[in-house]
Design a protein around this ligand. Structure first.
Ligand SMILES: Cc1cc2nc3c(=O)[nH]c(=O)nc-3n(C[C@H](O)[C@H](O)[C@H](O)COP(=O)(O)OP(=O)(O)OC[C@H]3O[C@@H](n4cnc5c(N)ncnc54)[C@H](O)[C@@H]3O)c2cc1C
Length: 313
């Protein structure tokens, strides 16, 4: 399957100034410039304007500093980047980078295709999910990918086979590229069973994570222990960041409008008057408590954008 070409003129590219950046924290600063390309040609135009541009997915893993972002921000949730093609016979599914993952899951489940239903219950675009290799207890998106179509910062397209992509735990190694679309290989399944698995997955998420509060999901990656830690795990084990944050006594910790969730300690939730810097400060406090208690260094899972390259990820 190849990406569909679109017929919209490249001249139609509009640049918004001082544009809000929508994130699931529902806080944070604005973009000096924001573009919504609808085609690969328009995306290449964006790169000519700013080769270091930042791609916004659904903002579900993103914290934007209150001072905003000076790089061009590109939202790919428009035009040809929202296309889905499902080939029922082969189980091959094409999805543009801007397609909402929950929409793709629902369409493939309704088509009787198995694979993506275990990724239900969290917000993402296909582009953001591929970059983060999003997933959880029931697998990761990379397990189902055949190919990713991505643009490099010089505007050249690359078709990357799954074997050429370094999918790992919340890692794809693709962060330098702009994901335009992905092809999935799914298997035939029974629609009623798939719907039931999807419902189980949603119920698990709802019971174990604060899904109705404002957050970016897990703040930190689950760490791999470099030394055995009594009561936590052996050297080489990947352990739950939530468990270790809880054991360090951080549940319920608050700074400004940011709180460590009592339901899942790896979720930091925000009030509407929170500042992005409250979240950063609280994350630093949690990191210090975990380091002091267990000698374990927590790495951010949440991506942070700011004007300062030192604090941007
Ligand atoms: C309530 C809640 C629950 C969550 N639960 C989970 C979970 O169970 N498992 C999990 O893995 N995650 C979870 N998350 C986090 C989030 O859903 C995932 O990380 C998701 O993949 C982010 O996708 P996004 O489109 O929102 O990306 P964004 O947050 O918009 O961006 C994340 C990163 O991807 C980059 N990016 C986005 N699109 C592209 C593109 N097309 N090309 C290049 N780079 C791109 C951005 O520049 C940024 O660096 C949860 C979040 C919330 C709010």
């Amino acid at each position: 399957m190849t990406p569909q070409s679109s017929h919209i003129s490249t001249d139609a590219l509009q640049i918004e100034t001082n544009a809000p950046i929508s994130t699931w924290f529902r806080i944070g600063g604005r973009a000096d410039r924001l573009a919504r390309p609808e085609t690969q040609a328009q995306l290449a135009q964006c790169l000519e304007l700013d080769p270091d541009l930042k791609v916004l997915g659904d903002g579900a893993n993103l914290l934007v500093h209150e001072a905003g972002v000076d790089h061009l921000v590109v939202s790919m949730q428009t035009g040809g980047f929202k296309n889905i093609e499902i080939d029922d016979a082969s189980g091959l599914v094409y999805a543009g980078a801007g397609v909402a993952l929950p929409r793709l899951i629902s369409q493939t489940v309704n088509a009787g295709l198995s694979g993506l239903q275990g990724l239900a219950g969290f917000p993402a675009t296909i582009g953001g999910a591929c970059i983060m290799n999003a997933g959880g207890k029931f697998g990761s998106i990379g397990n189902h990918i055949v190919e990713i179509h991505a643009m490099d910062r010089a505007g050249r397209m690359h078709n990357l086979k799954a074997s050429e992509i370094e999918f790992g735990y919340r890692h794809s190694g693709l962060n330098h590229l702009l994901v335009c679309s992905a092809v999935f290989q799914l298997q035939k399944g029974d629609i009623a069973e798939l719907k039931s698995e999807l419902a189980d997955c949603m119920a698990y998420k709802a019971a174990s994570q604060p899904m109705n509060e404002k957050s970016a999901g897990c703040a930190f990656k689950n760490p791999t222990l470099t030394d055995s830690v009594q009561g936590i795990g052996k050297s080489g084990d990947r352990v739950g960041a939530g468990m270790i944050i809880d054991r360090a006594g951080c549940k319920g910790m608050t700074f400004g409008g940011a709180t460590v969730s009592n339901l899942h300690a790896n979720f930091i939730t925000t009030t509407t008057d929170a500042k992005a810097s409250d979240v950063v400060t609280l994350m630093n406090q949690v990191r210090t408590k975990v380091q002091d208690a267990f000698g374990v260094t927590l790495e951010n899972e949440v991506v942070i954008w700011s004007r300062d390259p030192e604090t941007s990820s």
